[in-house]
Design a protein around this ligand. Structure first.
Ligand SMILES: Cc1cc2nc3c(=O)[nH]c(=O)nc-3n(C[C@H](O)[C@H](O)[C@H](O)COP(=O)(O)OP(=O)(O)OC[C@H]3O[C@@H](n4cnc5c(N)ncnc54)[C@H](O)[C@@H]3O)c2cc1C
Ligand code: FES
Length: 245
């Protein structure tokens, strides 16, 4: 098992990005190094089980998470303000392999899957790789982080299901071959369609309900070409050819 730390961090800001998505920035000592695609288990006041949230950005002093308020835990989280403290387990999981991309990568994010891919985008650009990004949402009001990609000089292709922004349709209406590696994170049907559409090698970040989040309870097990695998510890990122969907 990798070195997992329990850390206590102070909320620096917890701001809405749209009607139900929030940007949570925390700071403090003991923040470990993360690779893109790794996640934290975030303790929520009053909740026994921690909630898994992907890392959107991190350095030794800050960590940024983007989350959607979908249930009790994330609703409680959205009500917390600067100065409150949260407990985290980190770093968790196996992230994306930036080294697998030799020259150019296609990133395809669905909803908040765009958040860990932003971290990956920075890493790939920092290693001199070329990056194209396709970001998919239900409607224009759901679009998040597009400006953050633009700040990195990556003009994301926006796709909305209802056509209210960018291309109307699905991720598969916008993804295109010509990259030596692709990475995807988002709803499972979108990732499956992207993996089936793009001929080359790639990786997808899987999502399962989690108990411990650290490899002990086997509650997040999926079937893969290599046998049963725990999304939290053997993933969440898996090679395309290992996924049985
Ligand atoms: C590896 C990983 C990374 C994640 N990264 C992010 C992230 O960056 N941002 C973010 O907003 N969310 C992320 N999630 C999902 C997040 O963990 C859940 O939305 C959160 O735990 C919901 O907690 P809750 O108490 O608000 O909702 P609950 O009351 O527990 O559930 C509310 C609704 O959300 C659904 N739900 C809860 N957990 C999951 C899950 N893991 N997968 C699919 N549906 C779920 C439930 O079925 C229910 O419909 C990630 C999940 C995993 C496994
Ligand atoms: S959630 Fe416990 S092993 Fe994955």
């Amino acid at each position: 098992m990798p070195n997992i730390s329990k850390i206590s961090l102070e909320i620096r800001s917890n701001e809405p990005l749209n009607r139900n998505c929030f940007r949570l920035e925390m700071c403090g000592d003991g923040i470990p190094a993360f690779s893109p695609g790794q996640f934290v288990q975030l303790g929520i006041p009053g909740k026994f089980l921690k909630r898994p949230i992907s890392v959107c950005d991190a350095d030794g002093e800050h960590i940024v998470l983007i989350y959607k308020a979908v249930g009790e835990g994330t609703e409680i989280l959205s009500g917390l303000s600067g100065g409150s403290r949260l407990e985290l387990l980190a770093p968790l999981g196996r992230g994306f392999s930036a080294e697998a991309c030799k020259r150019s990568a296609l990133l395809t994010g669905g909803g908040l899957g765009s958040a860990p891919l932003l971290f990956l985008c920075k890493t790939l650009l920092g290693a001199g790789k070329k990056v194209n990004a396709v970001l998919c949402f239900n409607t224009a009001a759901d679009v998040v982080l597009a400006d953050e990609y633009k700040k990195l000089d990556v003009e994301p292709q926006i796709v909305t299901l209802d056509g209210s922004m960018g291309i109307k349709g699905y991720a598969t209406d916008a993804v295109f071959p010509g990259h030596d590696f692709f990475y995807t994170c988002g709803p499972l049907p979108m990732m499956r369609a992207v993996c089936n559409t793009l001929p080359g090698p790639g990786q997808a970040s899987m999502e399962e309900r989690m108990g411990c989040g650290a490899g002990y309870c086997y509650g997040c097990t999926i079937k893969t070409a290599d046998g049963p695998a725990r999304v939290c510890a053997d993933g969440p990122v898996f090679d395309k050819d290992k996924l049985l969907w």
